[in-house]
Design a protein. Structure first.
Length: 114
């Protein structure tokens, strides 16, 4: 018997809380964090929480995507590349990863630069 995890929606409030949790830390690696996808557009998502990491525009912090991802893995566990045909190759993102910090709550991370 295969037991599938209960799918739990991400809400806009939960997305905002997660952004607030990682925003200050992401700055140490030269990034802002922004919300996208269904949670932003409709207020919830049964699939995932889409977070976008954008380089800071200043002279003091050079973006370092490798260190950013290593730090995120300390928060959410090991990441995996997104292998979804809906997310094709891109010249814009240096990293496209998924995290499963909770059995039923996936986080997709899209990193620009670094």
């Amino acid at each position: 018997m295969i037991i599938k995890p209960l799918i739990t929606s991400w809400t806009l409030d939960e997305g905002r809380c997660e952004i607030q949790r990682v925003q200050s830390g992401s700055r140490a690696y030269g990034y802002h964090v922004a919300l996208g996808g269904g949670v932003l557009n409709t207020g919830s998502s049964r699939k995932d929480l889409d977070l976008y990491f954008l380089p800071l525009d200043n002279d003091t912090s050079k973006p370092n995507s490798v260190s950013l991802v290593q730090w995120l893995e300390t928060l959410w566990g090991k990441s995996e590349p997104i292998n979804d045909p809906n997310y094709g190759p891109s010249d814009y993102y240096t990293q496209k990863l998924k995290f499963m910090p909770l059995v039923s709550k996936r986080i997709d991370v899209f990193v620009i630069g670094g």
